[in-house]
Design a protein around this ligand. Structure first.
Ligand code: 2AM
Length: 179
């Protein structure tokens, strides 16, 4: 079995920029900068033969490169607790189009549909043990954050090994976007 997800890896300079936003919230578990990514589709645990099908399906996707800007901050909550804080992606039709193509390709090979609405974001911390007031202040303080736009020229299939401290994400295959 292998645990997979599809994501945009981020350039090193952008990871460094985002890392400057981390810190200062007691109880928050900050994601190590090398793990920053923008998830396009979480897949989860699959058999190895299924991973091969996923790879084939992703390799057949055709989409054009596009520019993407990260801007603004947000939080996800569940049952009244803030689960994570993140930096969002600016509204972007090409990104939505790519995520949609990935979803369609994966459903075509028999994966269950993703029920959650696609909310493009880069998680900076898991926060269920942090004080909500601190998290809300963090979001307010970083709402005007804006990073230099990046050119998205490929997307990546990652494997993930869950760890006690942090997960280890390994880029397995890059899929080029071509004009
Ligand atoms: P995130 O994108 O909000 O950080 C790898 O586990 C990535 O897939 C994580 O970054 C995670 O969230 C995202 N993901 C989406 N749904 C998930 C789920 N049900 N379980 C674990 N990770 C999930």
């Amino acid at each position: 079995m292998i645990r997979l997800f599809v994501a945009l890896d981020l350039p090193a300079e952008l990871k460094t920029h985002l890392a400057m936003l981390a810190g200062g919230i007691p109880g928050a578990k900050w994601v190590p900068p090398e793990n920053y990514h923008l998830t396009l589709r979480f897949i989860g645990e699959v058999e190895n033969w299924r991973a091969q099908e996923v790879d084939d399906a992703l390799a057949n996707i055709r989409a054009r490169p596009f520019e993407l800007a990260l801007t603004g901050a947000g939080l996800f909550e569940k049952a009244g607790r803030v689960q994570s804080i993140y930096i969002s992606a600016a509204r972007n039709e090409s990104l939505g189009f790519l995520a949609c193509k990935i979803e369609t390709a994966l459903q075509r090979i028999g994966l269950q549909p993703e029920r959650k609405k696609f909310t493009p974001h880069v998680t900076l911390a898991r926060t269920d043990k942090a004080a909500p007031e601190k998290l809300i202040s963090w979001v307010q303080a970083h709402n005007l954050f804006r990073a230099a736009p990046l050119m998205v020229e490929h997307f990546t299939l990652f494997s993930s090994q869950l760890g006690k401290q942090n997960s280890v994400y390994t880029p397995e295959v890059d899929y080029a976007l071509a004009a």
